[in-house]
Structures are given as structure tokens and as C-alpha cells.
Design a protein around this ligand. Sequence first.
Ligand code: ADP
Ligand code: MG
Length: 225
Amino acid sequence: MIIQLTDINKTYPGAVPLHVLKDINLGIEKGELCSIMGASGSGKSTLLNILGILDTYDTGEYVLDGTLIRNLSENRAAELRNRLIGFVFQSFNLIGYKNALENVALPLFYRGIGRRRRNAMAMEQLERMGLADRAHHLPGELSGGQKQRVAIARALITRPSIILADEPTGALDSHTSREVMRVFRDLNAEGMTIVIVTHDPKVGEQTNRVIRISDGRIEPVEQDA
Ligand code: ADP
Ligand code: MG
């Protein structure tokens, strides 16, 4: 298992504390393409953020690629996150004043890779996404589907082991949504582990396993009689 959660609980503190994740047990194997589905407010993003070491949990155990994720320093968390995880978000999170190539190359800048090599690697990822001809366009000049493919190229450029996507098709029409899901399916066929949070059953259908979450709990898998 590249991801193993055992009895994970999380409560958001406050005047009225919110027990948002309840006894979560979940294993995800290397090379899986799975979705996490549930109603708005059921805890999907919280769960994904824990998987991506963007958020912490209170009790239980999270083992990511053999490493226990608990009480990590900011630096160690960032190091693991940068090495293992690529993120894709509903709102793309592209930088508006940087063109597609620069957006894709940015994670390499933070790794201290020189401009020439950065740009060559970014162009290679854009080519994979069928966007070579958009490399010098700003995000504002791209369609929603193109923006999301740029964001996927950016997530891939550090060669992560896992892609975590939070409602990646949430801002896209159904045709474009299928196009983006095709990209995820192709990446998965090459061996990438992909976890997609969605409330869209059509997106869930295009993954190989649907994990259902309801009010902070994972629903038991229905077994055939
Ligand atoms: P989903 O992604 O399934 O819509 P979330 O994980 O974003 O659900 O949120 C689950 C619940 O936790 C919601 O009731 C939400 O309002 C609450 N919540 C999310 N983030 C925070 C936070 N930082 N502090 C307090 N409550 C939060
Ligand atoms: Mg959410």
C-alpha cells in the first residue's frame, strides 16, 4: 500500500468542535485510480489534505510510502510532499501573470534548476498534455480544460508518485470534464497512483474504485451475496 490510514480521527476545534473524520481505515495501492465521493461537507477535502500532508490528524496512523506521517517538522513535511505528491485543484491555482510554460516550470525553480532545463522539462510536459502551442499564453487566454491540463502538467513536473486532485472537474462542463478524466486515465495506465475527490458520479464512474464517505465515515463496501 502506498497509502495506509488506520483509525484516523480529526476534529476541528472551536466553540462547537466538529468531529470531521471518524475512524477512517483506508488503504490505496500503488497504481490505483480511485475516487472519494460524498456530499458537500462530508470531509472529502479534509481527508485529501491529510493524504497530501497539508493538514494533520488527531489520532490514528497515516503511513505514506513506508513513512509514518506524524509530528513532522514543516521542513520534513514539505520535503515529503514535494517528493511524493502532485496536487490538482478545482480552481486550477495558476499564476495569472505567468504564461503556461512558466506556471508548469515554477516547481523546478524552487528546486534550483536552471531556466534552460526548467523550460525544456516544462515544454515536454505541455507537449504530453497536447498544449505545446499554448505554452506562451497566459491562463486568462486558455479554456477551462486547457487550464486544468496546464495544472496537471505542473503537478507532474516533479515526477511525483501520487496525484491528489480535489474536485478537478468541478469548474468544467461535462465534455471538458471527460477530457480531463481521459488525461488521468492515461496517466494511470502509465502507472501513476491517482486519488480524485468528487461529488460527480460521472467522474466516479471513470475511476476503478469509488470510496464513499458520509458524515466523516467511510461507508462499508457492498459485497455481492
Ligand atoms: P467536503 O470537501 O466533503 O465538502 P470538507 O472536508 O471541506 O468537506 O469539510 C468538512 C466539514 O468540516 C465541513 O462541515 C466544513 O465546514 C468543516 N471544515 C472544513 N475546514 C474547516 C476548518 N479549517 N475549520 C473548521 N471547520 C472546517
Ligand atoms: Mg471539498
